[in-house]
Design a protein around this ligand. Structure first.
Ligand code: PRP
Ligand code: ZN
Length: 191
């Protein structure tokens, strides 16, 4: 049981939330997952859970608004912020993949040369393409990346895949995995 005053940032809603609360419970804390409050105090402790967008968790920890955060390794790698990776948590395993329409002529990474690739992860995608010496045009979107090919905005996408359901529903198939991810516990190294 944690006795000190502490704030833990967790995802407001989405794949990380339920497992994040299970992990917090394992630490001996009793927190209400169903609470919609921005800040929610765990019963009988000085620990507060801050529920925010997962993409913003690294920033909250960096600015010391939260002492700890539970976030996907994909987000941390994309942001490139200097945070301490305290522990890999072993849940929310997924990967960042480049995917193409089922009937695409693209059949290899090299064939992405000159292609338009939509993603919310421009930094990780650029790093991968640079390593492969492929020059492609990166279209950065905040969400709904998987619809870009059907709207002829992109020839491929680079998006997070867990079950593969989203790709399938949008007539896409994986081409290559560029980053493996899971939930990690982060803290500010200066604290
Ligand atoms: C990711 C991704 C897909 C979905 C893939 O979004 O953008 O929409 O998950 O999962 P699946 O393979 O199981 O279908 P995420 O839930 O991370 O949403 P966010 O980017 O808005 O946080
Ligand atoms: Zn998110």
């Amino acid at each position: 049981m944690i006795n000190q005053k502490l704030t833990i940032a967790v995802q407001k809603s989405g794949r990380l939330r339920a497992e994040s609360f299970k992990y917090i419970e394992l630490l001996g804390l009793n927190c209400d997952e169903s609470s919609r409050d921005l800040l929610s105090r765990c019963t009988g402790s000085q620990v507060t859970v801050l529920s925010v967008r997962d993409d913003d968790i690294p920033e909250y920890v960096l600015k010391n608004v939260a002492d700890l955060g539970i976030v996907g390794a994909n987000i941390l790698a994309e942001k490139g912020l200097k945070l301490k990776k305290v522990k890999k948590l072993g849940f929310a395993k997924c990967s960042l993949q480049i995917a193409i329409p089922k009937d695409s002529k693209i059949s290899s990474v090299n064939a992405l040369q000159g292609a338009r690739i939509a993603t919310s992860y421009p930094n990780l995608l650029r790093k991968f393409l640079d390593e492969k010496a492929v020059s492609a045009s990166i279209i950065t979107l905040a969400g709904a990346v998987e619809v870009a090919p059907s709207l002829n905005l992109a020839d491929a996408v680079c998006d997070l895949v867990q079950s593969g359901k989203t790709l399938k529903e949008n007539g896409l198939k994986p081409l290559v995995e560029i980053f493996k991810s899971e939930a990690i516990l982060i803290s500010n190294p200066k604290k």
